[in-house]
Design a protein around this ligand. Structure first.
Ligand SMILES: CC(C)(COP(=O)(O)OP(=O)(O)OC[C@H]1O[C@@H](n2cnc3c(N)ncnc32)[C@H](O)[C@@H]1OP(=O)(O)O)[C@@H](O)C(=O)NCCC(=O)NCCS
Length: 152
């Protein structure tokens, strides 16, 4: 797996990967309205806008995008693994990469907001729950869990 910083040329593939992910989270009781809002928040245009505010990284296998993760300030953001590639250790490798990257930037503590889907994963790797937070995507509320981990 190769990890590199994303460029605008990658935005379409990143948006596609995240939108495909959204098709597989129905088990988490998201309403159709919430899924539409989530997808809108990860449209091509939205990803290009996010790229101005955060550093986004892409993971490739055989030149195919298999995952993405980002850093915005001291927040870990936008970790997604291609649905067909889940459960093969790629999520952990991207997480470890980002933590190392943040450490090298002298970030002491990483924060994130976890979806119900990602919560158990972050818990396994030492992120501590800090309570729930209401997030609004295109005016639609999604409840996530604030989490943090000391890096040093
Ligand atoms: C959550 C996600 C990033 C995990 O990536 P992944 O590549 O499937 O996970 P890995 O294969 O690296 O898993 C590493 C370990 O974490 C465990 N794990 C993975 N997802 C888990 C979850 N949701 N809850 C608990 N444990 C989990 C695995 O069982 C594995 O444990 P093991 O090494 O003891 O077998 C991925 O499933 C994903 O993209 N989900 C949808 C998007 C999402 O919810 N992102 C988080 C937004 S906050």
């Amino acid at each position: 797996m190769i990890i590199r910083k994303a460029t605008y040329k990658d935005a379409r593939r990143i948006s596609y990967l995240i939108n495909k992910n959204a098709d597989h989270v129905k088990e988490n009781n998201y309403t159709p309205e919430q899924l539409v809002a989530w997808k809108k928040d990860n449209s091509l245009k939205a990803i290009k806008t996010k790229m101005k505010q955060r550093e986004i990284f892409c993971a490739f296998e055989n030149e195919k995008l298999v995952g993405t993760i980002g850093l915005e300030g001291n927040y870990l953001v936008g970790l997604y693994i291609s649905y067909s590639k889940r459960g093969k250790g790629l999520g952990y490798r991207l997480l470890a990469f980002l933590e190392n990257y943040a450490r090298n930037k002298n970030i002491d503590e990483l924060h994130l907001t976890a979806t119900p889907n990602g919560y158990g994963f972050y818990l396994k790797y030492g992120y501590e729950p800090q309570g729930e937070i209401d997030l609004y995507y295109d005016g639609v509320k999604l409840i996530e869990t604030k989490m943090k981990k000391k890096l040093k």
